[in-house]
Design a binder for this molecule. Structure first.
Ligand SMILES: Nc1ncnc2c1ncn2[C@@H]1O[C@H](COP(=O)(O)OP(=O)(O)OP(=O)(O)O)[C@@H](O)[C@H]1O
Length: 275
């Protein structure tokens, strides 16, 4: 690289999501306490933490599915909780979500599932919604004939892709993926990771990925945030994780299983670790 090329530091990069001082609880139980987290445009952030640490609670709070006790959540520079209803609706269209297990509506075809957000937020003629649905299918690597199939007629990998196509229906800036590779075989999981990386590179998509999948963390995530003790305990690159002396981070990223995984850019690509 040219030495004189200025490298954008984190302060100069656009924050797509900025969470500050977030506290969330249920009754007397506090799940997240004064948590801070930033996500920058065009990155894939892997979000990890022990089971029950609060990863889903954080995602659901950011999506306004759960109330917060205090703190701010800014999406694209606007505070989600103080903007007027119209701006909030606009912000909603900038976010896409892929819930765990795909969460497609079983009574609707793939095409109808993809068109749901379009029906909710846009007023488009049928022919245009059809064209857009086929474009989204292409984007996620599904054949056009998947459009008229019902979820029960799809493989696990195809369901994930169809759900991703629905998450991308409104051309969002930020996509939330909740354990996207869980339930996929190693080849399907690796292909899904490649797809996510390609969308980041071609569309400039920003991705918030909750995952337990070490392969995804090693191969496609640009940064990783670790949730522990009700806040983001460690945040940084994979190298930062590998250098961390936090006991949980150490056993997770430097454990036996992690050591057998090739890293992004490693010359020898070996197979994916299976469960
Ligand atoms: N609606 C709710 N009411 C009460 N407690 C809840 C509710 N939702 C989550 N919790 C509690 O919040 C804590 C965090 O749960 P959460 O599902 O966010 O964990 P997680 O990190 O996503 O775990 P996993 O990796 O197993 O999915 C758990 O103790 C859970 O029981």
């Amino acid at each position: 690289m040219d030495d004189k090329t200025p490298v954008a530091n984190e302060d100069e990069r656009e924050k797509v999501l900025s969470v500050k001082g977030l506290t969330v609880g249920f009754g007397s139980k506090i799940v997240l306490d004064n948590l801070d987290l930033d996500i920058y445009r065009g990155e894939i952030l892997g979000f990890v933490g022990a089971s029950g640490a609060g990863k889903s609670v954080l995602m659901r709070t950011v999506l306004r599915l759960l109330p917060r006790r205090s703190g701010t959540i800014e999406i694209l520079g606007s505070d989600y909780n103080t903007v007027d209803e119209r701006t909030r609706m606009e912000l909603d269209t900038r976010l896409g979500v892929l819930f765990q297990h795909g969460a497609l509506f079983s009574a609707l075809t793939v095409k109808e599932n993809i068109q749901l957000p379009m029906r909710e937020y846009l007023d488009l003629p049928k022919w245009l919604m059809d064209e857009l649905a086929y474009l989204k299918l292409d984007l996620v690597g599904l054949d056009p004939d998947a459009a008229d199939k019902y979820p029960s007629e799809l493989s696990g990998g195809m369901i994930k892709r169809a759900a991703l196509a629905r998450a991308l229906a409104l051309d969002p800036d930020l996509v939330f993926l909740d354990e996207p590779t869980s339930g996929l075989d190693p080849i399907g999981a690796a292909e899904f990771d490649e797809l996510i990386a390609r969308l980041r590179d071609t569309l400039g998509l920003t991705v918030y990925m909750v995952t337990h999948d070490l392969d995804s963390l090693f191969s496609v995530c640009d940064r990783i945030a670790v949730l522990g003790q009700k806040r983001v305990l460690v945040e940084g690159t994979l190298d930062d994780m590998l250098a961390s002396e936090d006991p949980w981070v150490k056993s997770y990223f430097r454990g036996k299983r992690a050591r057998s995984i090739p890293r992004r850019g490693d010359p020898v690509a070996s197979g994916r670790v299976t469960d």
